[in-house]
Each structure stands twice: as structure tokens, then as C-alpha cells.
Design a protein. Structure first.
Ligand code: ADP
Ligand code: MG
Length: 298
């Protein structure tokens, strides 16, 4: 297929041996905007996490090809270097790590951006101005005590800084007030227009879509893609909901409910681990960066 940036074929995803997504065929062409809709618990976030290589999820069948490479077995950091990005539904708080340190650490993984020292700071301040963000946030601990809107702005700051080839935005608009929603849509438009970015937007809120050009809409119900269409499908779903799809999707619901209990039991422990790992990794990287800067006489 010409210009397919992302193509999944027969992708089947399980967590703890429980299948959550079935036979997903999804093709996203470079420079296009796709929207993924579906009722709560359909598996939308699971698909995003699986595309990013979250170790919680295993591909038990099928493949993911991204930018000409089969990334089905790639680690999350390799996928990120390849140009995949995901903005999380609930961004993680990392006590002890200032926002600037975090941004510096993620940019260090992307030498192709050629952003070091004063150039990096300049670029970050430029984006913060576009996002109406106070530069003093750079010294604050990552996401700690940030409002929902501020956390989403930090995600948008990462998006515009890293300029990924494909951005998966998971409910980036949920719970935002009008001003924050405005800022987030502005950031997405900059990514679309100035960076020719490619988007997979997971959303309930169709207001954010009013200001964006949408090329294709996909409907996910009970772990299966049951419909696709052009932007007008959004209005149809607004009017009629997902009722008409539920019969088509089969009985994935039982296994999904079984998985839910397990997932919830695990969630607290996983969250704790994630905090620790992220902070430790950034600390190590920061020390290495400082040593390198000293050597380079910066
Ligand atoms: P959506 O984003 O569409 O609301 P999710 O992808 O978050 O739905 O979840 C789909 C279903 O998969 C839910 O029932 C959820 O409990 C289950 N699930 C998600 N992650 C896991 C996991 N790690 N282990 C087991 N079940 C999970
Ligand atoms: Mg979700």
C-alpha cells in the first residue's frame, strides 16, 4: 500500500493470556488523521498501549509494520526512536524529577533532533509560549500537583518537541476546560500543519474534532474493529451511539470482564513500579548527560 506509515494485520492482543483485541487490521497513511471511537472498555487504550509496546500486552497473532519495519517485537524505547509517540489518558507523576530534566532526557534519546544545550532550552521556551505555559514550570517536578489541563499541556510540549512520525493521543481532551481544550487543539493543529504529523486520536469528545481535518474514523467494539468511514461517521455516532454495532462484535465481553478484575488488582503495584523506574532511569541519564557536557566543556 503506498505511504502506509502504520499497518497492523490480524493483530491479536492479550494480557495475562486473556485476549483483549481480535484480528485488528488498521492502516494509517503518512500525514493523515485517524480517529478511534468506541464505548468504554472496548479496548481503545489497550490498542494504543499495544502499538507502543507496553509489556503488559502480548501480540499473540498478527503483525505491526511501522515506517517499513516490522516492530511487533520492538521494545517501547525502540518504537519511540522509530517515531511513535503516545500521549497517555492519565500522565504519570514523577516526584523528584524537574520537567526540564525530563525533557532533556527524552531528547537525549533522539540525537537526530540535534537539540542540545542552549538550542534545546530555546526550542522548549518557544513551544511553551505557543502553549501559554509559564516557563517556571520547567523547574517543577514532572506533573506533580499539575492540574489535568497542565498535564495535557506537558504532553503537547513533548509532542511538539519530539515531532514523532505518528502520534497516538488517548483521550487527550477528556476533562479539559475550554481554555485548555483550545490550547491542546492548537498544539495538534501545529503538529498537523507545520510538521505534517500523522495522528491516531482516541476520543469521546467530538468538540476537539470540529477544528481538525479528520481523514478516517474507526469504530472499536469489544476488541474488534467493526466499522470505518469518513468524518461524517462521527456525527452518526453522536446521534445514534454504538448500539447498532454491539450485536456484530460477538461475545468478547465475558473474557474482558474476567480480565478486568486481574487488571485492577495489578494496577496499584504497576503504578508504584512505574514511578520508581522512570525516576531512576532519568536520574541515571541526567548524570551521564552532565558528565558528557563537562567533557565537551559546555
Ligand atoms: P477503553 O480505552 O476502550 O475504554 P481499555 O483498553 O482501557 O478500554 O480496556 C479494555 C478492556 O481490557 C477493559 O475491560 C480492561 O479492564 C481490560 N484490560 C485492559 N488492560 C488490561 C490488563 N493489563 N490486563 C487485563 N485486562 C486489561
Ligand atoms: Mg481508554
Amino acid at each position: 500500500m503506498p505511504n502506509a506509515l502504520l499497518a497492523t494485520k490480524g493483530l491479536t492482543i492479550a494480557a495475562d493470556d486473556v485476549p483483549l483485541l481480535h484480528d485488528i487490521d488498521l492502516t494509517i497513511e503518512s500525514g493523515t488523521t485517524h480517529v478511534l471511537m468506541g464505548p468504554n472498555g472496548a479496548g481503545k487504550s489497550t490498542l494504543g498501549h499495544a502499538l507502543m509496546g507496553d509489556p503488559e500486552y502480548t501480540a499473540t497473532a498478527g503483525s505491526i509494520v511501522f515506517d517499513g519495519q516490522d516492530i511487533t517485537e520492538f521494545s517501547p524505547d525502540k518504537r519511540s526512536t522509530a517515531g511513535l509517540f503516545m500521549s497517555f489518558q492519565a500522565p504519570v507523576e514523577v516526584p523528584g524529577v524537574p520537567l526540564f530534566t525530563f525533557l532533556r532526557a527524552i531528547v537525549a534519546q533522539r540525537p537526530d533532533l540535534k537539540l542540545r544545550g542552549p538550542k534545546l532550552k530555546k526550542r522548549i521556551l518557544e513551544i511553551m509560549a505557543q502553549l501559554d505555559m509559564d516557563p517556571s514550570y520547567l523547574d517543577r517536578e514532572l506533573n506533580v500537583g499539575f492540574s489535568g489541563g497542565e498535564k495535557k499541556k506537558v504532553e503537547m510540549l513533548q509532542l511538539l518537541l519530539l515531532q514523532p512520525k505518528l502520534a497516538i493521543l488517548d483521550e487527550t481532551d477528556s476533562g479539559l476546560d475550554v481554555d485548555a481544550l483550545d490550547t491542546v487543539s492548537r498544539a495538534i493543529r501545529i503538529y498537523q500543519d507545520e510538521m505534517q504529523g500523522t495522528l491516531l486520536m482516541i476520543t469521546h469528545n467530538t468538540r476537539i474534532l470540529e477544528h481538525l481535518d479528520v481523514d478516517q474514523v474507526h469504530v472499536l467494539v469489544r476488541g474488534r474493529l467493526v466499522d470505518a468511514g469518513c468524518a461524517s461517521l462521527i456525527n452518526e455516532i453522536n446521534d445514534h451511539g454504538f448500539e447498532r454495532y454491539v450485536g456484530q462484535a460477538g461475545s468478547g465481553a465475558a473474557s474482558v470482564a474476567a480480565a478486568k478484575a486481574k487488571a485492577e488488582a495489578k494496577a496499584a503495584a504497576v503504578k508504584q513500579e512505574t514511578h520508581f523506574d522512570v525516576a531512576a532511569a532519568i536520574e541515571n541519564m541526567e548524570a551521564a548527560l552532565e558528565a558528557a557536557d563537562e567533557q565537551a566543556g559546555e
